[in-house]
Design a protein around this ligand. Sequence first.
Ligand code: IMP
Length: 199
Amino acid sequence: MKAVLASKNQKKLKELREILTDFDITVLLQSEVGVDVDVEETGDTFEENAKLKAEAVRDASRTISISDDSGLVVEALDGEPGVYSARYGGEDLTDTERWQLLLEKMQGKENRSAKFVSVICCAFPNGDLLFARGECLGEIATQGTGDGGFGYDPVFYLPDLGKTMAQLTAEEKHKISHRGNALRVLKTELENYLNGTKQ
Ligand code: IMP
């Protein structure tokens, strides 16, 4: 199966491609199918935004598309930054400035529980949609450590591993990450869907 990835975030694309190499899916970039779609993420939920992105790219490419909408949900901040994770603190901040802002907001908070969430949407040219959600539970560290991954990885601490997400190899991250978990759910959803449509 061939599918276009509905994202321009280079680091996210790299992760999606790496994880999808285990599946029987040939992933194409928007640039490879002559499509250049920028979707405004106006939804209030990861599901709504994933759907907006997948549908826009499917409509422009007339090909199966796969999108990911993801973010960091922090308990002590009432779920912030959530769907606004990519824009937290303003459009112009670097990844480092964004997690530094998060650390400032977390100063003095005892509850450090947080989770990464990824919702993947697969949109088919016939209008069918598949959704898969993956989560990864952790804590917000008190300082940034590690230089792997992207985004909030340096401050996302995994108590079981004793490391932040940014201290894991790419392979280690994919095994436990929200995106890896969502893609594994999607794989089952896709298998069921494709078996069902073949009958
Ligand atoms: P969007 O899905 O393009 O709206 O952006 C998701 C944002 O959430 C990213 O820009 C990051 O700030 C954050 N994020 C999502 N996944 C990860 C991850 O695996 N590590 C660190 N930050 C992430």
